[in-house]
Design a protein around this ligand. Structure first.
Ligand code: UDP
Ligand code: MG
Length: 321
């Protein structure tokens, strides 16, 4: 069995990295083809996520030089998740399996061999899992790991220490196509699709060049998206806090009536202020959480396209499975 593999690579302003990492992808693809592990029609598919530098030019010239390189360009920057989705949906009719990988060389390319082997053993999904995060700062490691725990706690089924380096079979890609949500968090959706899955382990490296596109603010936004797209638990949490505060309030009412009749009602400015501040804080936080979900409903209801493809590399159009 020689599946057609598409390596799907989202790229945003990666002109410094691309010349080097494209070599890595190419060598890996050709080595697998030579060993008869995958079909000769296998490709590296770059998705240019509306880059402002020469990324798309580099992709175009790569594809002119060698037919193994293909690319699509989005009409504007839509973020990693949408760019990845664009690539996966583009690839789904042309291949048997996709492997999504970042273009900065952080994900160990050699894990691809094992992913393909696991696929041949009958797995439709193979997760790339980081066996150690020593290349990340302590802060990133700590926040990332706490976040996985939080998502688990909120009831989302996600794979610990797995980012977006994974193999998907065409069956899974077809099902993925029917998840129409705009608030997209692939890490959470893939486990929901189901089918048999397994993990391979790799150690995450430093970026080859350039800088991360996920500074703290964007990471927090992605994290928030993840929670709101996978779990309604925060809404339930509000009700639970409400019940808790209602019980306390009931006790407080009885207490204040007793105080009233025993004539001790003048003191109590501090306790009053504390109660008002506390309840106001909880209320604002609750409204904020509600608002977060309503905002997401608003975006979903509009059902705008998640990405728009502006251009494809020349030879790309010709190929079909
Ligand atoms: N990326 C993208 N669109 C964006 C931001 C990033 O397609 O708006 C790509 C980027 O080119 C890279 C991958 O997503 O291939 C992961 O981004 P990055 O390495 O900056 O994130 P980190 O690994 O630091 O979390
Ligand atoms: Mg990276």
């Amino acid at each position: 069995m020689r599946p057609i593999l598409f390596i799907v690579v989202p790229c945003y302003n990666e002109e410094e990295v691309l010349p080097e990492s494209s070599r890595l992808f190419f060598d890996k693809l050709v080595a697998l083809i030579d060993r008869n592990e995958i079909a000769p029609e296998s490709r590296v598919l770059f998705v240019d996520d509306g880059s402002k530098d020469s990324t798309w030019k580099i992709i175009q010239s790569l594809s002119r030089e060698d037919k193994h390189f293909q690319g699509v360009s989005l009409s504007r920057n839509r973020g990693h998740q949408n760019a990845l989705l664009a690539g996966l949906l583009e690839a789904k009719d042309k291949c048997d399996i996709t492997i999504s990988i970042d273009c900065d060389g952080q994900d160990d390319i050699d894990a691809i061999d094992e992913m393909v082997a696991r696929y041949k053993e009958g797995n439709d999904v193979v997760y790339g899992v980081r066996s150690d995060r020593s290349s990340d700062s302590f802060f990133k490691r700590f926040t990332a790991e706490s976040y996985y725990h939080l998502l688990r706690f909120l009831g989302a089924d996600i794979v610990f220490n797995h980012a977006d380096y994974r193999l998907l079979s065409d069956r899974v890609l077809y099902e993925l196509d029917s998840f129409k949500e705009v608030n997209l968090y692939l890490r959470g959706i893939v486990p929901l699709i189901g089918f048999s899955s397994t993990s391979v382990y790799y150690s995450r490296k430093e970026r080859i060049a350039g800088e991360t596109h996920y500074p703290l603010a964007r990471m927090l936004a992605l994290a928030m998206n993840g929670i709101t797209s996978l779990s309604a638990e925060p809404l339930r949490l509000i009700s639970k806090i409400g019940v808790f505060i209602a019980i306390i309030s009931f006790i407080g009412v009885i207490w204040s009536i007793v105080e009233q009749f025993t004539g001790n009602t003048v003191a109590g400015w501090a306790s009053m202020t504390c109660i008002i501040c506390f309840v106001a804080g909880v209320q604002l936080l609750s409204i904020g959480i509600l608002g977060e979900y309503i905002g997401k409903i608003y975006l979903e209801v509009k059902g705008r396209p998640r990405f728009i493809i502006k251009e494809r590399t020349k030879r790309y159009e010709e190929q079909a499975k």
